[in-house]
Design a protein around this ligand. Sequence first.
Ligand code: AGP
Length: 606
Amino acid sequence: MCGIVGYTGKGLALSPVLEGLRRLEYRGYDSAGIALVVTKGAPLWIEKRAGKLGNLEEILGDAIPESHSGIGHTRWATHGGPTDDNAHPHLDNEGKLALIHNGIIENYVELRAELEKRGHTFKSETDTESVVHLLSDARKTHKGDLAAAMREVCGQLRGSFTLLAIHSDEPGRIVGSRRNSPLVVGVGEGENFLASDVSAFISHTKRALELGQDEVVDITASSIVVTDASGKVLPHREYEISWDASAAERGGYAHFMLKEIYEQPKAIADTLIGRTAGLDPEITAGIDLKGINKVVIIACGTAYHAGLVGKYAIEKWADISVDVELASEYRYREPSVDAQTLIIPISQSGETMDTLMAMRYARSHGARVFSVCNTNGSTIPRESDAVLYTHAGPEIAVASTKAFTAQLIAMYLLALHLGRVRGTLDSKIAHEIELELAELPAKVEQVLETVEPLRELTRKFKDSSSMLFLGRHVGFPTALEGALKLKELAYMHAEGFAGGELKHGPIALIDTGTPVIAIMPAVGTLLAEKMASNVQEVKARGAIIIAISDAPLASADHLIRIPSTHEFLQPILSVVPLQVIAYEMAIARGNDVDQPRNLAKSVTVE
Ligand code: AGP
């Protein structure tokens, strides 16, 4: 989960590289660095610093030499702490070759031992530095051909990588490669870009090229050559980027997260457009959904919680068994999978390594794959039989909000579609759900108009050591999501429970003054009564109840009212106050809302 940028072109490289790093900083912010080719054959210009990009920008000053090609990196540390020496780019011993890397090189220790025997000296603890010295030797073997050297080196690496390299002997040339880690080409006029994702160069061009596994890309200001591992030149797979640069700006909000919370009505509406009455055949053409006898949803974090909600809808409307699996656990169990299994990977970024590798495991055993993703052109949809894109727009804040509610919409749409394909969904019920779905953007707007008091309410609990979240049915995954938001933003212990599970142990956690957020099932349902009893149980033991409900609740100390909707759709409305509470708690605790500590937006390492 690092940010990778390369620029070569008629313009000076520093500015687009820095701009790209700013846009990619959400991918990791433990350190940052830039290398530029200034004088042919001389050592490269390089600056790198631990900490956020701002630390690097502070020391750059004005005395930067002019250069038309360079690379930049913002790091999420894997091997070696966030120090200046461990910051990328890494150099060969002559200082003329620079390399940046995203991913994990699993055989770096043995490579390093071999390279030290050959006389290479190391300055860092990183796995990446082994690659730059390997590349330096390979470049000599290939008489200076950096692309041929890169192909050779990639064949020697185990693990995942996005690599970019420059050499001062060849000003204007950047060579890159990828395996299980994102890299995309930006095609400009008299300039070209390489980056982890399109947000790095979208203000310069909306033309992008996909790169496949172990492909090597070799760019100059006026040329782009893509080859496979054998050196065979491949045709360009160009696509148009579907959103514009302004969407990736903060737009006057204090934080990206707040902007994205308020973008949820549009994200939901855009994801629904043209789909409630059925999915377009061009979406489903690549997959045969008849004859499946099992659905397995695989995802991580917030996307996993969306999958848990999807389970209830798919099982109810499509009458089929659904498992929801943590992607990082799934393949290591070696589960039984066959051609009758439908795998649904859910991923905002489309690059989450755990989810990608779990999907590949299932595909290798014959499963059919229908992914849900928010990033067009990313790896997971590219390797799926079909993809239902969410249209939430770029989600910059590390804490996922609009992508989550858009993923919920995608789950409902898939559940409706499967129900229709399998003939298990009564058309009257389907129509009722369609009507309720269409109401959701306006109902989320209504919720957003009532969240102002949550700032004051949240501050009452800013010094609490823990907060518990209770829910039943689709409210249980919502409770898990609320707890995750609070953990990742407020760095506060938080835990979500199924309401009926409390009495089997967790109720021992309740003490006088323990804040408990109760996500109440839709009023009038059996579970609403059960949940009211659960609330009484914890209140009787001293808990302070913050209830999110579509109806009054006498036992609530604080009531957050939300509009009514179909019981399965309620998470779309009840999650919004939870997002705002986590946001306000982060601010009350003085945390970095958009870039919480230890995290990154896209987890592209296992
Ligand atoms: C959510 O707030 C987190 N940022 C994290 O749990 C995220 O949902 C998870 O890493 C999955 O990411 P993906 O949707 O891009 O695959």
